[in-house]
Design a protein around this ligand. Structure first.
Ligand code: CMP
Length: 415
């Protein structure tokens, strides 16, 4: 179910309130005397926000039901929300019942799952942030639990008391254990053992996941670096000449700058056909808008051509093809300049740049390439194969005449 901007703002308000309750409720219970007046005000706020949340949730589920979607407000969620919203401690007089507010944390777990699923791009970052969130809350809870078991230190204020227990918690969790704050009785020993075991689990998780977490921050970069490393090792092993190694490196670096290492075809392969067409048109919009070749073509044709066009990159000095080669495709220049060199290689016939095309003569006249074409700088081109070109010209007779005219002109200018 899609969430409206108002829902999203409410999610944030709810997360802040629940976090606030998760921090304050244990403090209210441990330092009762310090919070005797403010606990009421905060409790009123928690009740208000949690009740509003139940109403909002109920209304949302009703709307979803009307729209034919499955009602997302199950009995289980409703019960949990209700338990968290009712001020049982006020009704019964049992102060410890305030911990029932923490039942609302289940909703935060649920929201975190939704956020992670929605922002695929920042998935790893969110995973790390949420992990830190739970660690901080755990440290807070364990520390307040320690105060309950260990008792208050009457010689210092509440703030120092709390700080000391956080100090004990962190050193026990991380298994540092300086031994300056010691368990004194069986309950404290038992508690310390549990905290240590929990700490072993947490740090095991951190060590086990840190590498993949860091790699996942930028999977494209990790993949790119891995490709570069493998290729460098391979070229060294095969004793590829250094100038060639440098060119390969430069090519991959350029591709990284340009496309962040993504290959268009494989990136789109997971999409359904209709989306592939739309993304292809979007990706090739630059060349479609720049090239006069496409000006006469209707929207449908443009979509069809966009789907057939493949991106290729050439380095400065690279030959796209040489005169006499067999022609299989024609080219559109998205970026960069190329020179057309006569068959004998002595004359530069012309220089082509953004928006222009070449390589059409061999395709349309079924003959070998009439000239060589060489990149003068980094060039981003799109190729279009013969069958696609034939189709474009067939459905666009006026445009075919224009291309024929351009061919005659080019041929007349010499080769
Ligand atoms: P083709 O013969 O397939 O391959 C070489 C290409 O260079 C040719 O198609 C034309 O697209 C282009 N070409 C050839 N001669 C000229 C010219 N004089 N001016 C501009 N482009 C040319």
């Amino acid at each position: 179910m899609t969430r409206s901007p108002a829902d999203r703002i409410w999610d944030i308000v709810l997360t802040c309130t629940v976090t606030c309750s998760a921090i304050l409720v244990p403090l209210f219970l441990v330092f009762e005397d310090s919070f005797s007046s403010s606990r009421w005000q905060f409790d009123l706020l928690f009740t208000f926000v949690f009740v509003v949340d139940i109403i909002a949730h109920w209304r949302r589920s009703k709307d979803a039901g009307v729209a034919g979607a499955r009602s997302p407000y199950s009995f289980g969620w409703f019960s949990l929300d209700l338990i968290a919203a009712i001020p049982f401690w006020l009704l019964t007089g049992a102060v410890w019942l305030q911990v029932l507010r923490l039942a609302k944390l289940a909703r935060i777990v649920h929201l975190m799952r939704i956020w992670r699923r929605r922002s695929v791009q920042h998935w790893s970052m969110l995973r790390l942030l949420f992990f830190i969130y739970w660690i901080i809350l755990s440290i807070h809870w364990i520390s307040t639990g320690w105060i309950v078991i260990h008792g208050h230190d009457d010689h210092v204020g509440h703030a120092s008391d709390y700080l000391k227990s956080v100090y004990w918690c962190v050193q026990t969790l991380s298994s540092v254990g300086y031994g300056d704050v010691l368990p004194m009785n069986d309950a404290e020993y038992l508690y310390a053992i549990c905290v240590m075991l929990f700490g072993v689990g947490v740090f095991g998780y951190i060590v086990g996941n840190m590498a993949s977490l860091l790699a996942n921050f930028d999977p494209a970069k990790a993949h790119y670096l891995e490709t570069m490393e493998k290729l460098a090792a391979f070229m060294k092993y095969k004793k590829v000449p250094h100038p060639l190694q440098r060119r390969i490196r430069e090519y991959l670096e350029y591709l990284w700058e340009k496309r962040r290492g993504y290959d268009e075809a494989s990136a789109l392969s997971a999409l359904p056909p209709q989306l592939i067409v739309e993304v292809s048109v979007h990706l090739k919009r630059d060349i479609i808008e720049k090239a006069p070749f496409f000006r006469g073509a209707g929207e449908d044709l443009v979509r069809e051509i966009a789907l057939q066009m493949r991106p290729v990159t050439y380095l400065p000095g690279d030959h796209v093809f040489k005169a006499g080669d067999r022609g299989r495709e024609m080219y559109f220049i998205s970026k960069g300049r190329l020179e057309v060199v006569s068959q004998d290689g002595t004359t530069v016939l012309t220089t082509l740049s953004e928006g222009e095309f070449f390589g059409e003569i061999a395709l349309l006249q079924n003959r070998p390439r009439t000239a060589s074409v060489r990149a003068l700088e980094y060039c981003d081109l799109y190729t279009l194969d013969k069958s696609a070109l034939d189709h474009v010209l067939e459905v666009n007779p006026a445009f075919a005449a224009q291309v024929q005219e351009s061919i005659s002109e080019r041929l007349a200018r010499g080769m």
